[in-house]
Design a protein around this ligand. Structure first.
Ligand SMILES: Cc1ncc(COP(=O)(O)O)c(C=O)c1O
Length: 290
């Protein structure tokens, strides 16, 4: 047994023990706070700072990382309101750029794939306007169509039997094509295009980009109360919040566009094959290239 010197009373020991405990507790709290900066979620504490964007007249919004608020969105996108996470020379704090994303998340994965990712297209290939004239989309490469069907079957995220596949340069182009196809040509006024807020930030500008008389952005689907035909965009999982979604309009006469850009297993559980009249997918989100 350890002998306690005479000048140490029980009171002294109690005070010493208290001091040690308080300092230990403080240390544990301090360390977990710091670790939280690296491993926890992202608090949306907006901060404005001068950057190259600021020089060009706009302001860049950034958010600090803290363990208090978890941003539920599991993905980031080049033009969505979900930003990139980067460490800046700001006392080692992590910053989220809410102005734009940058799809570098899968870069190291694709680097590891090395030569497997190299694609060579000989100059003589695909010169004809027609790759398959029996197909609705006559310039769709049959081998590409085969691989699209195979991938959806393996992943289980889309019904492919008896479907037409239409290809475009990304789903943005296909979105415009879908709007054109679904808007009546003889209507007296433009067809309203809506989506439940919060929606992908590019929808309004994409919808009105061509200043078409056929369709017009009409905002949040939840507050839409106009009678007559409309086009509702259903994004699932949703950009920017990652929620699974269904139509929110309880009205007839609507055409639905399902934007399933993020319906891939790296972003969300695949519960059943999507089986809609019109579904948009994009290679860019499945591979992480945009
Ligand atoms: C919900 C959603 N739909 C469509 C797109 C457009 O994708 P693409 O790169 O194929 O044009 C994006 C891109 O960020 C998106 O977030």
């Amino acid at each position: 047994m350890v002998k306690i010197p005479d000048f140490f009373s029980l009171k002294h020991l109690l005070a010493l023990s208290l001091a040690l405990n308080v300092s230990l507790v403080l240390r544990v709290l301090f360390e977990s706070e710091n670790q939280g900066l690296h491993y926890y979620g992202l608090a949306l504490q907006k901060k404005f700072r001068g950057t190259s964007m600021a020089e060009s007249g706009s302001v860049q919004k950034v958010a600090h990382v803290s363990k208090r608020t978890v941003l539920s969105t599991p993905f980031s996108s080049s033009s969505s309101s979900v930003g990139t996470l980067s460490e800046v020379e700001d006392g080692g704090e992590k910053i989220i750029n809410l102005d734009h994303g940058d799809p570098t998340m899968y870069e190291s994965y694709w680097q590891k794939m090395g030569e497997k990712t190299t694609i060579v297209i000989p100059g003589w290939q695909s010169m004809s306007y027609f790759s398959d004239i029996k197909c609705v989309c006559w310039f769709l490469e049959p081998e590409f169509a085969k691989q699209v069907v195979r991938l959806h079957k393996v992943v289980g995220n889309a019904a492919t039997e008896g479907r037409h596949i239409v290809v475009g340069t990304g789903s943005s182009q296909l979105y415009l094509a879908a709007l054109f196809a679904l808007s009546p040509q003889e209507a007296i006024e433009p067809m309203s295009v809506i989506s439940a807020a919060p929606f992908y930030s590019s929808y309004p500008s994409m919808t009105d980009y061509q200043k078409s008389g056929l369709h017009k952005w009409a905002g949040d689907a939840r507050s839409f109360n106009k009678l007559g035909p409309y086009i509702e965009l259903i994004t699932s999982p949703n950009n920017p919040d990652g929620f699974t979604r269904q139509s929110v309009i309880n009205q007839t006469g609507g055409a639905l566009i399902h934007d399933l850009a993020y319906y891939w297993p790296q972003y969300t559980p695949i519960s059943s094959p999507a089986d809609n009249d019109l579904t948009l997918f994009t290679v860019s989100k499945s591979t992480g290239h945009a």
